[in-house]
Design a protein around this ligand. Structure first.
Ligand code: BJW
Ligand code: ZN
Length: 271
């Protein structure tokens, strides 16, 4: 029953004009034009590692120093980056629609906070953020934009595969500042084999069940449970438009596919 998706922009725009509750599901590709590397693209390696090797609880247990180097590097990179026209188009659309009694919500898999920087306010961060820590001892979650996050990580985390790992002693890694705690901190992101925060997943599912249009922007739709959200909506008859530089395994589930860099295609679609 699948047919090829349409790339008819005027047809999309007439549906967009009538929709009252839009969900934008975003992934690493929306930040690519800001200079943040994607996971499954060519810049997806850090040293010799893929995210699947470092973004796991067992990698952190085995080698917290190495995993902190990886995240410290990515924090420092992202702190230098700015939202691009695709982030800004979503923020502007949210504000414009709000004035018309309509709603736009972003469900992002990204941990770079570039949607916040662009001025979006309805954001569900399914995989957490680089700029929060969580204490392994007391569970306290704290915002943290320190650069570097601790002295021992200053200048560490180079992605160059020839760099030796730093082997930072645990007590020099980031620790909890709550009085009397001093537990080891971890990045408050969702690693492979970890559950998403149930509040976040529930809010995402609530938005999905109430929405009348879905945009799927810059994601390979390869990581679950996020990858299920848009195909499930499409199966219920909700129009779904994918914006990606290439086709994905989910493309044929959707009614629209706009191929190209989303800084261009999304800006045109939401103008
Ligand atoms: C552009 C562009 C431009 C580029 N314009 N486009 C069901 C089936 C099979 C497996 C599972 C399953 N359920 C759960 C699993 C296991 C696992 C999983 O999904 N594995 C898959 C790899 C198969 N999922 C989990 O473990 C999840 N937990 C969970 O389900 O818990 C319960 C459970 C546990 C154990 C077993 C079963 C259930 C947790 C997943 C957490 C993912 N976390 C990460 C890391 C976060 C921290 C960090 O960043 O370090 O999140 S993984 C990584 O992938 C990151 C991303 O958010 C996520 C998605 O990637 P994304 O955004 O799609 O990026 P890319 O690079 O893949 O794609 C970029 C796209 O952009 C491409 O398509 C480009 O073409 C495009 N593009 N430039 C437009 N300019
Ligand atoms: Zn603590």
């Amino acid at each position: 029953t699948q047919s090829r998706p349409s790339s008819d922009l005027s047809k999309f725009r007439s549906i967009f004009a009538q929709s009252k509750h839009i969900v934008a599901i975003t992934g690493a590709g929306i930040s690519a034009e800001s200079g943040v590397p994607t996971f499954r693209g060519s810049g997806g390696l850090w040293r010799t590692f893929r995210a699947t090797e470092l973004a796991t609880p067992s990698a952190f247990e085995r080698n917290p120093s190495l995993v902190w180097e990886f995240y410290s590097y990515r924090r420092e990179v992202v702190l230098t980056k700015s939202p691009n026209p695709a982030h800004i188009a979503l923020a502007e659309a949210e504000a414009r629609l709000k004035g018309e009694g309509r709603k736009l919500v972003i469900i992002t898999q990204n941990i770079d906070e570039l949607h916040h920087k662009a001025g979006s306010t309805n954001i569900i961060e399914l995989h957490g953020t680089l700029f929060k820590t969580r204490c392994l001892k007391c569970g306290h979650v704290d915002s943290n934009y320190d650069s570097p996050i601790c002295e021992a990580l200053r200048g560490k985390g180079s992605p160059d595969p020839n760099i030796m790992e730093s082997v930072i002693p645990i007590h020099d890694l980031p620790h909890c500042k709550k009085s009397g705690c001093n537990g080891l901190l971890r990045p408050n992101v969702v690693w492979f084999n970890e559950s998403l925060r149930s509040e976040d997943l529930q809010s995402a599912e609530k938005e999905m069940s109430a929405c009348d249009l879905v945009l799927v922007i810059g994601t390979s739709s390869a990581v679950y449970p996020a990858a299920n959200l848009a195909p499930a909506a499409a199966a219920r008859g909700v129009p779904v438009a994918e914006f990606n530089i290439e086709e994905t395994s989910a493309t044929n589930d959707f009614g629209f596919h706009f191929q190209g860099p989303c800084g261009k295609t999304l800006t045109a679609a939401l103008a």
